[in-house]
Design a protein around this ligand. Structure first.
Ligand code: KIV
Ligand code: ZN
Length: 434
């Protein structure tokens, strides 16, 4: 029995003039890694302090300038980690660390305590605003939820005055994705009004897709609607925090940026609760592959991923966009033939745009070798087999032998199953021409 009738469609947005759909990305958003907070929360074995330090260093090496490092009021390990970063001078001058805090005075004070001595911090205040959380979990009215948010703002303002470093204020109406838009706006405007950001000291309004339940175009509509309706717009940085429950977080983030967000919170490989947070690796490469500076050191990605996956134990799936092991590999004959021809043309022309079929970016950009992009099994064709001998052994297989060689390789692969290594192909070829 199929139970789809117990679900209802997500509400759409009435936009007088939808603008995001006509826009094209021209620059990468500000990246914020939440690996050490949201990502860590979702690990079966959360990281210890030394692991968090090693992970933090990997994020820095990848180029992150904003890193949400902890929820320090909730655990001693998180608190101690913040202290270690600060006391051991591990935070580069151009990096801002952030923490998450609920709207509860003792948590806010403890969070400031954790960050004493840091040069620049982001105080990220959140409280759930969706009706199912207001009514069922907190049993508070809409007005009471606004009061709760404003108590947090007041406390953060007064603690900021005592704080020696610079404090950036961030507010998230958590579960924005399940909150009525008009109410999300009411809460956000109340917070903006109380915090009084200015163009020179802006605040961040983060609008999370806490539970992704809508298509990316609807998320973009919601962001555009909020961006158009909030007060004091020039003093507010719109940020997004997409989760991936429908598997669309990357698309949601990209469209949300077109819709007015300039900052994206997410994690490496999308680690995070349930289906994860938005994957910033894929997202950064999506900009890169459009000729946009991704503002992250994507060329180092393999080394960085090796480091972080060794810490978390989370593996990179073989088919993960841009970084999976098999992502630049073609077995099928027609793909191999097209890649071989595309590569030949690419090598002949200096300075042309990348247009090799089936390869979204040049594998050499991330230190992968062309010779590994064509691998041979029973699905492969003569172009691929000839390519392997050319790339690896610099052997030009005469045209009249290519089909014969490929047939021989194919028949061995069909009988035995699996892949045929380049050494084996060389052996078959040598035997053939002997
Ligand atoms: O997913 C979410 O809504 C969050 C908030 C705390 C920003 O992680
Ligand atoms: Zn989250």
């Amino acid at each position: 029995m199929c139970n789809y009738t117990k679900y209802k469609p997500y509400e759409t947005v009435t936009l007088e003039k939808r603008e995001w759909a006509d826009k094209t990305a021209s620059k990468a958003p500000t990246w914020v890694s939440t690996d050490l907070r949201d990502g860590n929360q979702a690990l079966a074995n959360p990281m210890g302090i030394e692991q968090k330090v090693a992970y933090f260093k990997a994020l820095i090496a990848f180029g992150f300038k904003e890193i949400e490092v902890a929820y320090p009021s909730a655990s001693q390990t998180e608190f101690d980690f913040c202290r270690k970063l600060i006391e051991e001078g591990l935070i580069p001058d151009d990096v801002t660390i952030g923490i998450l805090t609920p709207s509860i005075e003792k948590h806010i004070k403890r969070s400031f305590e954790a960050l004493q001595g840091a040069k620049r911090i982001t105080m990220h205040l959140y409280n759930p605003t969706a009706s199912n959380q207001r009514e069922v979990v907190f049993k508070r009215s809409k007005e009471e939820i606004i009061t709760l948010a404003l108590q947090g703002v007041k406390c953060i303002k007064s603690e900021s005055e005592k704080f020696v470093g610079e404090v950036v204020f961030e507010y998230s109406p958590e579960s924005f994705s399940q909150t009525e838009l008009a109410y999300a706006l009411e809460v956000s405007n109340a917070v903006i009004e109380a915090y009084k950001p200015t163009p020179t000291k802006p605040m961040i309004l983060n609008l999370p897709n806490t539970l992704e339940a809508c298509t990316p175009n609807v998320y973009a509509d919601r962001i555009e609607w909020m961006a158009k309706h909030i007060q004091n717009k020039e003093s507010v940085i719109i940020s997004v925090h997409p989760h991936n429950d429908r598997g669309c977080a990357v698309a949601s983030a990209e469209l949300a940026v077109l819709a007015g967000a300039s900052r994206v919170e997410g994690t490496m490989l999308g680690n995070g609760e349930r289906a994860g947070n938005v994957d910033l690796v894929t997202l950064a490469f999506n900009y890169y592959s459009q000729g946009i500076d991704p503002k992250l050191d994507v060329e180092k990605v393999d080394a960085i991923l090796e480091k972080i996956t060794s810490i978390t134990g989370v593996k990179v799936p073989q088919r993960h966009p841009y970084v999976g092991d098999m992502i630049y590999t073609a077995f099928s004959g027609t793909h191999q033939d097209a890649i071989k021809k595309g590569m030949d043309i690419h090598r002949q022309k200096e300075g042309n745009f990348w247009e090799v079929p089936y390869l979204p970016i040049d594998p050499e950009d991330i230190g992968r070798e062309y010779k590994n992009s064509i691998r041979i099994n029973s699905q492969s064709g003569k172009g691929g087999v000839a390519y392997v001998l050319k790339e690896i052994y610099d052997i030009n297989v005469p045209k009249e032998l290519q089909a014969k060689l490929a047939d021989e390789v194919k028949s061995i692969s069909e009988k035995r199953g699996g892949e045929i290594s380049s050494d084996e192909i060389l052996g078959i070829y040598e035997e053939m021409i002997r």
